[in-house]
Ligand binder design. Structure first.
Ligand SMILES: [Fe+2]
Length: 379
């Protein structure tokens, strides 16, 4: 069946900050207290954000800098303690995926207080937050182009202590609105720009072949892949070029739309232990297996020619070449060994690679033995 649902009001382009005030007037005129989460480094002082900041200045706003990467249960506890008794009615998140994921978790867990990280862990793993009658609304303003968190209804919380990664997930975690201002991504370090674009490439490609794919999500996927394929090599040459930044911001939202309805598959499932155990950046950890997983899925692809075309490729070898070329252009290694992975470590990666709701979305089953062989070939 071809169904699509995404309730986020998306505004795209530099003028969209102006519409922030209109949205506020229409939906949030009566609220008094706003929690503003920012990625720090004075991002809220950016020229393009002034219409947003002017609107927020009319409310009681508590600003919290979320400078962490990949929030874990202890980080969430710390944020809750920092916020204290401030009774926010709306969250505005200005930052990358980690900031927006923190906003979602603080939306779901607002009504409860926690004394220990163990209590936060329990609240998340038991999914008791889903019994809450009300989630705090939140608005996303991404400063990176890749995560897609501004248009999805789940957040990732890490737990290094338990060697786990959790998903906080609920339909009510969709943002009320997302404002995509490509200018904000210009200050992103190039490594992060490349890694986040590769993350978006995986979102789009995995959505294309997910068991939940449909005719609508595949259109979003193909548009996103084509834009990333055309633009990412150009951005690596000219990181300050706003046209390339706009294209990648748009591709990221399109990819986000696609996987908001399909979720991700094997590449993301395998990426979690690569990030947890070896600290590999999310976008690199996800994309390092993209070509291998595509090869594995090839016979199950719907309209494989369209996917190849979006990659500008005639066959799988050319898809592989494209991804390797991106890695080479920026000087990233596409060999797992260069990130510290060893033959001995691969069994452990395999044992942590089967995340429910991710690996089982892959259209072709990957046995542990097949996955082990795949990872060894990438050493
Ligand atoms: Fe991702």
């Amino acid at each position: 069946m071809n169904q699509f649902y995404n309730p986020v009001a998306v505004s795209f382009g530099s003028a969209s900050a102006e519409s922030f005030a209109n949205l506020f007037e229409k939906r949030y005129a009566d609220i008094k207290r706003v929690l503003l989460l920012t990625r720090g480094a004075g991002v809220e002082k950016s020229d393009c954000l002034q219409p947003v900041m002017n609107t927020l200045s009319l409310k009681e706003t508590s600003v919290i800098e979320v400078t962490l990467n990949n929030p874990n249960v202890a980080d969430i506890l710390k944020l809750k303690q920092e916020i204290g008794s401030f009774d926010y009615e709306l969250i505005v998140a200005i930052g990358g995926g980690s900031v927006m994921d923190a906003a979602k978790v603080l939306s779901a867990l607002q009504s409860k207080t926690y004394q220990t990280a163990a209590e936060v862990r329990e609240a998340i793993t038991s999914e008791r937050y889903r019994e809450e009658p009300h989630f705090t609304p939140w608005i996303g303003i991404p400063t990176t182009s890749g995560t897609g968190s501004e248009v999805t209804s789940w957040a990732t919380v890490w737990d290094e202590e338990h060697g786990s990664k959790y998903s906080v997930s609920d339909e009510r975690l969709y943002a009320s609105a997302a404002f995509i201002l490509p200018e904000l991504t210009v200050t992103m370090p190039l490594r992060l720009s490349v890694a986040t674009a590769l993350d978006a490439l995986c979102h789009a490609t995995e959505a294309y072949w997910s068991v939940h794919t449909n005719a609508i999500t595949r259109v979003y996927s193909l548009e996103a892949i084509e834009r990333i394929r055309r633009t990412l090599p150009l951005l690596i040459e000219q990181p300050d070029n706003l046209v390339w930044r706009e294209q990648l911001s748009l591709a990221s939202v399109l990819a986000g739309m696609a996987f908001s309805n399909t979720r991700t598959t094997a590449c993301h499932s395998i990426s979690y232990p690569l990030t947890m155990l070896y600290g590999i950046d999310h976008g690199i950890a996800a994309s390092i297996t993209l070509a291998s997983v595509m090869r594995h899925n090839l016979d199950a692809l719907i309209e494989p020619d369209k996917l190849m075309h979006a990659f500008g490729a005639a066959d799988m070898d050319e898809v592989d070449d494209f991804i390797r070329n991106i890695y080479n252009l920026y000087g990233l290694s596409s060999s797992l060994g260069q990130y510290g992975v060893t033959v001995e470590g691969i069994r452990n990666i395999v044992s942590h690679s089967y995340t429910k709701g991710r690996m089982d979305n892959n259209p072709v089953e990957i046995s542990p033995e097949e996955l082990e062989r795949m990872l060894v070939s990438l050493l």
